[in-house]
Design a protein around this ligand. Structure first.
Ligand code: G4P
Length: 287
């Protein structure tokens, strides 16, 4: 099955972001720490047109910390400022203004040399849906922006949010689309709940998840569902399905005749995985 990729979405998103680029000094690219490549748009370099940029690996609380450290090193080697954050608790968020200042150091120094007092650094958050853009904006603003704008009588145009005395953030983020022509990218995004389940078959997503977790994170999976036998051959679909069935039996997902309802089992497994019940995991590693 091929997943639809809507060029119209991307063209519009690109145009909107490029309009906003004129207003800002620095772009804050938000990716999911569990899948930093699949959760970004592959055309991002082109879209941001050389604008100074930092990469924030959000939801680091859900990712494997060792793999996240590798990603930070990787992005730094690629020449980007990168940091792991958890927008929901604010972990790492305080570092953002200082990082922005460092990125713009040359420009700021030139202005100071000319006797010009630099104005607040203007920033835009960009990222794919569900990566945590609104959570981060609210966190940086120190209040709930959406709630303010929703009050009747207030027209919500584009506004600047003050972040301390040195930074201003556009209140509406730039939305990018992931590019899931590669099936694995689609499955990774679906596993984390970043794309809607209707796009892919739920049993296929769970199959992909079980195969991956059995290979790299067997212990938490086995512990959670009291599984005894780890698959020996990860390429053998029967062995993966056997694990899915064991999960289903454990959760009582049965149909008449005592057979396992795989669709229900898949749904339960993905729900628990997304709720963090299977511990921290990463789906991609840079090396
Ligand atoms: P978006 O604007 O980019 O579309 O994303 P949004 O902020 O709406 O966040 C999407 C989901 O990710 C939200 O959960 C949000 O709470 C969660 N989230 C954001 N940042 C983090 C993080 O650093 N760690 C964790 N664990 N979760 C994060 P939701 O289930 O859609 O809503 P809710 O549970 O917050 O009500």
């Amino acid at each position: 099955m091929t997943i639809q990729w809507f060029p119209g979405h991307m063209t519009r998103a690109r145009r909107q972001i490029q309009e906003k680029l004129k207003l800002i000094d620095v772009a804050i690219e938000l990716v999911d720490a569990r899948l930093p490549l699949s959760s970004r748009n592959p055309m991002i370099d082109d879209i941001l047109q050389g604008k100074p940029r930092m990469i924030l690996l959000n939801k680091a609380d859900l990712a494997d910390p060792a793999v996240t450290r590798e990603w930070i090193d990787y992005f730094k080697q690629e020449g980007y400022a990168a940091v792991a954050i958890d927008a929901s608790t604010g972990q790492g968020v305080k570092e953002i203004p200082a990082m922005a200042r460092e990125l713009l150091q040359d420009k700021i120094e030139k202005q100071l040399a000319k006797g010009v007092n630099p104005r607040a650094i203007r920033a835009l958050i960009v990222g794919i849906p569900n990566v945590g853009k609104s959570t981060l904006i609210n966190r940086m603003a120190g209040r709930n922006i959406a709630a303010t704008g929703d009050r009747p009588g207030i027209t919500k145009g584009q506004q600047w949010i003050k972040v301390g005395s040195e930074m201003e953030l556009l209140d509406t983020p730039g939305i990018l689309w992931p590019k899931f022509e590669d099936q694995n990218v689609g499955y990774r995004l679906a596993m984390t709940g970043a794309i809607r389940e209707e796009i892919l078959n739920i049993e296929d997503i769970a199959f992909f998840a079980v195969k991956y977790l059995a290979k790299y994170y067997w212990e938490p999976l086995a512990e959670r569902f009291e599984l005894e036998e780890a698959p020996q051959d990860f390429e053998n679909p029967d062995e993966i399905v056997a694990v899915m069935e064991a999960v289903g039996r454990k959760r009582g997902c049965l149909v008449s005749g005592g057979r396992v309802d795989l669709e229900k089992a898949s749904s339960v497994l993905l729900r628990e995985l997304r709720a963090g019940k299977l511990g921290r995991y990463s789906l991609e590693s840079p090396y």
